[in-house]
Design a protein around this ligand. Structure first.
Ligand code: XMP
Ligand code: MG
Length: 184
C-alpha cells in the first residue's frame, strides 16, 4: 500500500491481536468490574494510541469508558524533548476514578512521565499505564509501567496508529521505515 516505504514488518497483525487479548486478560484481573470507583477509565494518548485503545477496550471483559488526550512534545519529529504541551485535555474530571493511561510507545519515557505527573495532580483513585511498545531507552527512566506489550529495538517504527509525518498510521502491523523516506 505504501510501495517499498516499509523496510520490514516487526510485529504482524496476528501478533498484535494475540498480545492485545493477553494484555486485556491481565488488566481485567487487576480491576474488578463492580469497583466503587466505577468503570475503568481508559485515557488514550492521541493519535498514536487510537487503534490499540479501541482494540483493547473491545477485548477487555470489563466495562470501560474512553477518554482521550492529545499532547505534543517539542522536538524533532523522531525524538522527544520532554517539554510537553497539552493540545487536547480530558473532558471529564478523573478524581476518584481508576485511570489506565493507554500509550502506543514509550521511547525516552519523558512524555509519559510528564503525563503521569500531570494526571496524578487530579487525584485519581489509581493511575497506571499500559503501552503496546517500549524501546530500550525507556528502561532508563523511572516511570513505572504496569503492562508492556512488546519491547522493541531502538528503531523508528510506524503502523497501527504510529506515524511518520502523519502517514502509515493505517497499516495493520508495526513496521520499520526505509531510511529513504526520511531523506526526501
Ligand atoms: P518519549 O521519548 O517521550 O516519546 O517516550 C514518546 C512519543 O514519541 C513518539 N515516538 C514514536 N512515534 N514511531 C513513532 O511513530 C516511533 O518509533 C516512535 N518513538 C517515539 C510517540 O508519539 C510517543 O508517544
Ligand atoms: Mg507521532
Amino acid at each position: 500500500m505504501y510501495g517499498d516505504d516499509i523496510a520490514s514488518v516487526l510485529i504482524t497483525e496476528e501478533q498484535i491481536k494475540a498480545k492485545v487479548d493477553e494484555l486485556a486478560e491481565l488488566i481485567a484481573k487487576r480491576y474488578s468490574a463492580d469497583a466503587p470507583e466505577g468503570d475503568l477509565l481508559l485515557v488514550g494518548v492521541l493519535k498514536g494510541a487510537i487503534f490499540f485503545m479501541t482494540d483493547l477496550a473491545q477485548a477487555l471483559p470489563i466495562p470501560t469508558q474512553l477518554e482521550f488526550m492529545a499532547v505534543s512534545s517539542y522536538g524533532s519529529s523522531t525524538s522527544s524533548s520532554g517539554v510537553v504541551r497539552i493540545l487536547k485535555d480530558l473532558d471529564k474530571d478523573i478524581a476518584g476514578r481508576n485511570v489506565l493511561i493507554v500509550e502506543d510507545i514509550i521511547d525516552s519515557g519523558l512524555t509519559l512521565s510528564w503525563l503521569k505527573r500531570n494526571l496524578s495532580t487530579r487525584n485519581p483513585a489509581s493511575l497506571e499505564v499500559v503501552t503496546l511498545l517500549r524501546k530500550p531507552d525507556a528502561l532508563r527512566t523511572q516511570v513505572e509501567v504496569a503492562h508492556v506489550g512488546f519491547d522493541i529495538p531502538n528503531e523508528f517504527v510506524v503502523g497501527y496508529g504510529l506515524d511518520y509525518a502523519e502517514r502509515y498510521r493505517d497499516l495493520p502491523y508495526i513496521g520499520t521505515l526505509d531510511p529513504k523516506v526520511y531523506s526526501v
